[in-house]
Design a protein around this ligand. Sequence first.
Ligand code: ATP
Length: 448
Amino acid sequence: MPEQDRLETVVALTKRRGFIFPAAELYGGFRSAYDFGPLGVLLLRKIRDEWWRFMVRERPEVVGLEASILTPRAIWEASGHLEHFADPLVDCRSCKERWRADQIDGVCPRCGSRDLTPVRAFNLMFRTQVGPVEGEGAEAYLRPETAQGMFVDAAGVARAMRLRPPFGIAQIGKSFRNEITPGNFVFRTREFEQMEMEFFVHPDAADKAHDFWIEERMRWYDALGLTGAWLRLREHDRDELSHYASRTVDIEFRFPWGYGELEGIANRTDFDLRAHARAAREDLSFLDPETNERFYPYTIEPAGGVTRAAMAFLLAAFDVDEVNGEQRTVLRLSPRLAPYTAAVLPLARKPELTSLARRVFDELATIVDVDYDETQSIGRRYRRQDEIGTPWCVTVDFESLDDAAVTIRDRDTLQQERVAISDVATKIAERLEAAPRARARALTFHQR
Ligand code: ATP
């Protein structure tokens, strides 16, 4: 299928099946903002859970944080975002459309005019007012990255958790950027969700830590289905680096319009901690107990988007094949990411079957997310589950009343296995456990 068609088909599917809706459509839409529906919520939650498990739970040296989204001006003054967090903006004098200068080639993509204004810097942060009094003291910002929370709280977290470099602070949450040209579905929106980790390490070990995290992050995506040519690594050019970074490597995904950033892994040096130490007049350095040296650690930051990753997983999973001479649409999502791990389907809408099916549902719902569907033919119901990526359908048929067993149908192999109802939860749990995932590796480098 041509790439543009794939995008349109997937966008239509996500709307029809309740993954992602355009925001405020009832009122004509709110350009480039999206609502995540029932299945989208489940997908996002699974992405977050997999990330958290791999980045935090399996690593004794990494801890979590949820910092506030509403932030005072002082943070962004110190971090350099007020000055530098801007995109180059040009206006087309003919059709008045605005563009990011680095994304067009001196020609307005809408009307073809070359009559563009000079480039000016447009700050991407959303500014707002807190409290009833106006003025500089009441000025606040919606954070454009979750990262600053980790820097501002680094000393407090380290003290509370008795941590010394190398250690990491991880956070998942919403960020906001007043993007000049949002678009390409949820690839670029003004409100989005990030998953970021700041890994504090002695400057001498920073390069090794950087390579370590690039590999770790690649393994995570790969195990969840973004294998082979779906991903590539790209080094930032010198002139492309953010104001705080000495080296950045992007993990790029093959989007329908070409490779685009999925996650950036930056060496932010000691820029942020020193900036906050200076601005807040606090010592934010750490002590090396062996040498008694005080030092400012470097920070390695793997920064990914939850919503952007959801789009990548959906695009990569989309497939069309043929079953019994009929076309079927199937999302080959990793069972670890599929919104529903299983669906319980009574063969017919007869009370003896539906009440037994309900018991199977209750059993499964204690361990995984389960759908329940008793409408229409069983074939139609299988297709519906394939289309949303449910890896296993559990069918309750008339024989189940006699043999106390059900059939588990596999989304990809289409094979059916008869299992005792008393074993069904264990069987589904075993299958889920067998699905690939990356395990955290212990640190492969030392302090220096
Ligand atoms: P770009 O160059 O595409 O604007 P960026 O380099 O500014 O992105 P980062 O600051 O590195 O992005 O943000 C880390 C991650 O957060 C990105 O890799 C992406 O997954 C996600 N992200 C950033 N901006 C957006 C956005 N506007 N919409 C959705 N996700 C985003």
